[in-house]
Design a protein around this ligand. Sequence first.
Ligand code: OTU
Length: 609
Amino acid sequence: MHRHWATVEHGLASLYPDDDGSLLAALREMVGAHVGRRPAALFVRDLAREADPGWFQGPDQIGYVCYADLFAGTLAGAADHLDYLRELGITYLHLMPLLRPRAGENDGGYAVAAYDEVDPRLGTMSDLGSLAGSLHERDMNLCIDLVVNHTAAEHDWAVKARAGDPAYRDRYLFYPDRTLPDRYERTLLEVFPTFAPGNFSWLPDRQEWVWTTFNEFQWDLNWASPDVFRSMFEVMLHLADQGVDVLRLDAAPFMWKREGTICQNLPEVHLLLTTLRSLMSVAAPATAFKAEAIVAPEELPPYLGAGEPERHECDLAYNNQLMVLLWSSLATGDAALMTNALRRLGAIPSTAAWVNYVRCHDDIGWAITEADAASVGWSSLSHRDFLLQFYAGQFPGSFAKGAVFQYNPETGDGRTSGSAASLCGIERALADHDDVHLELACARLELLYAVTYAYGGTPLLYMGDELGLCNDTTYLGDAAKADDNRWLHRPRMDWALAERRHQPGTLQARLFAMFAALGAARAGIGALDASGRVVVQVSPDPHLLCFTRSHPVQGSFVMLANFGRGTAVVRLADVGAGGAAVQRSVGAVVTVDGVAQLSANGYLWLTAS
Ligand code: OTU
């Protein structure tokens, strides 16, 4: 408390100027009582992590992301597959939303009806605790989702608020008529323009509007209410006590609203997160925060505490920029835009880390800024439109098989759905029984993942990519999912197919071995510790991505990745890698005189002491 309480006091005083001090007093009591009943094993974990605050930054950290039901039926089922994950070098398991959702349509679990219950189809809170225990025994961590921006309309708080209970009205944002909603709408964006247009929903029984950024059944919480702050912190503590290591804070940018803004990334959001982080650092320091903020590149680093002065905010955050740029470069065969954009992405504190990913359960939103596009002489809108068409498989010469998600004719914006395998060309090559193209498609997938395994932070492997699982259209038969094509890339694990990873010559053996090798190589390279710096270099060849990692103790690392369709040649000395040792080389050779030749989709991992 000595170390963190001033931040808590300052945060609460700024966020809740009208509070008479009872919020601070209540939190103080909550934290004290909590520390007293923190399970012993977790208290030991707290102490260990206070002594080693960089525990989530090591090169051995590799995440796996899946839905418990699609991966293994239940939480207990997931515990039975931990050896499979260890084969891939996984140290961090992110299970998608698993708290009890509303019945029926629930946005893939992101409409939570009870934060203190596990979805009964997946198991119980005690199963969650056991799973965390099994992971910890294997030196693995557990990450779960905590939706902080909204609850389901069926959550107890929302039900009470809707019934008019004055103690709960303040937890949501209600409006008697369109006056304020219309004023807010002038500057708000639309997340789901197709199936949930607008940001407010009409409640006919109440004759009033309620703020719903996402679907009409997802009610935005009013974080300006001290009750929301207190209750949500209580939820965090409860989950931390099940042994959860990382809380993925879903839709964090939307937590505060102000008229005349897009109501994302407001300073109060950062104040909320730093205050919650400080409280957790007192009550359950073993638990890290991961920001789910899929926002403009300049808005990303502040979630990791970047700024003057640096703050302890979230420990991890999604590197949405890298993900988008990887797909952009794969389509264009050019690394110049990626180079420029990554060079503009601000630095993050050495105490934080990105999570880097190729695919996730969501669509790909083509976040290419006007300035970044202009830096290579392109227009952002036409480049985004090209990417949309390319990955929908509609552009001449495209190898991809994806789908358009939430096309908005008013803005010309659309996003992309599809599995990594299908977007890389594996689905088409399999359909055509074309082995040459299949190998090319696998090389594309490897190139993308090889960058995420080496770029600063923790890589996330999205379930199924290790086996090349393609788009799955079975969701079309389920009315609660049919209009949301993100289900295309949320397949069920195919354990029979997974068995083929042991059969040489199969696609599954090829890809699985590749992921295992990437993980093993990464874990052995100390310079990949996330506390070191990543610097993207201007490469002598625009088809090449080139970045350097430097760590004060562990030495340095250089990656060269060829996004071009032809061979690229570069003198290692020209990219600061003269005399460096080859750690991993795929589709590349280095001659004795220090010249690297990389064929299309080839890459090199190099280290120097
Ligand atoms: C998240 O994504 C989840 O990942 C989605 O699966 C949910 O539908 C959504 O929240 C609602 O809970 O708009 O396209 O800046 O971009 O919260 C994905 C963050 C999303 C948002 C993000 C959201």
